[in-house]
Ligand binder design. Structure first.
Ligand SMILES: [Zn+2]
Length: 266
């Protein structure tokens, strides 16, 4: 997958907050539910943000978009619960034609300033082709672009979106950005102990991945195999990978603590 040697993601300090932003219901489960389960176990508070309504998740003629959207919401809540996540936000943008608009960036900035996460996770907007067999969905790229620019500069910069200040939402600096579906991942999470929880999270997406034999011998099989192959490259049974950006360096942390002490930083 990559020529660079991947580093292991460190155990989280406590307390630790993560906001995970994706385009679709099920995007988190494919590549990161095992990691989410690990981080929940380590005490992290995790918020999921699903930008679209999931209404384009079927090619069957006659499917009513609004009904499918309702079902997918329930599936996503069940998938989140399977790994211990209860805070799930649905933004309801039309599925399939997402664009990284200023309106979307503002909504994501609002959530980041409200939740104040240490880490934001989103989809790598640079990925157009993945492996030799997948053209990355344009919704993923749009979601990723809106999310990275909500993280920086919008969330931490006071003059951007002044209307959020009127809502009482002060600037917030995110410490780390993690990207999924990246062509050049830098870190891995050993998910060997949470692979069953990941399977349960995936199992919740019945409308997308099927159920019973269809699911067990279809989606679950290739996703598990993908995790095993990734694990092999780093010497564990199963792994998930991320590109990690560190936005606050060690020195900044010291400075931040000083500012907190001085009561000048939120
Ligand atoms: Zn997707």
């Amino acid at each position: 997958m990559t020529e660079q040697k991947l580093k292991s993601v460190e155990t989280l300090p406590s307390p630790f907050k993560i906001v995970f932003i994706v385009a679709h219901h099920d995007d988190i489960e494919f590549g990161a539910a095992g990691s989410v389960a690990c981080w929940v176990e380590q005490g992290a508070d995790i918020t999921y943000v699903v930008i679209t309504d999931g209404g384009a998740g079927s090619n069957e003629p006659g499917v009513v978009r609004s009904e499918l959207a309702e079902t997918r919401k329930k599936e996503q809540l069940a998938a989140a619960a399977a790994v211990g996540v209860t805070d799930v936000r649905f933004l309801g943008y039309p599925d399939g034609t997402l664009e990284p608009t200023m309106e979307l960036r503002r909504e994501l900035t609002r959530i980041i300033r409200e939740v104040k996460p240490d880490r934001v996770i989103c989809q790598d907007p640079r990925t157009v082709f993945f492996r030799d067999n997948y053209i990355n969905h344009p919704d993923h790229r749009a979601a990723g672009e809106a999310a990275i620019y909500a993280t920086f500069p919008s969330s931490e910069t006071r003059p951007i979106f002044p209307e959020l200040l009127d809502e009482g939402l002060e600037p917030h600096k995110v410490k780390e950005l993690y990207l999924t579906l990246s062509l050049n991942p830098t870190h891995f999470v050993d998910i060997s102990s949470t692979i069953e929880q990941k399977a349960n999270a995936l199992r919740a997406h019945v409308t997308q991945l099927g159920q019973g034999e269809d699911f067990e011998n279809g989606a679950l099989k290739w996703i598990t195999e993908w995790g095993r192959e990734t694990g092999k490259t780093v010497g564990v049974d199963y792994a998930e990978v991320f590109k990690v950006m560190t936005l606050v360096q060690a020195n900044d942390n010291v400075r931040e603590k000083d500012l907190e002490k001085a009561g000048t930083n939120d």
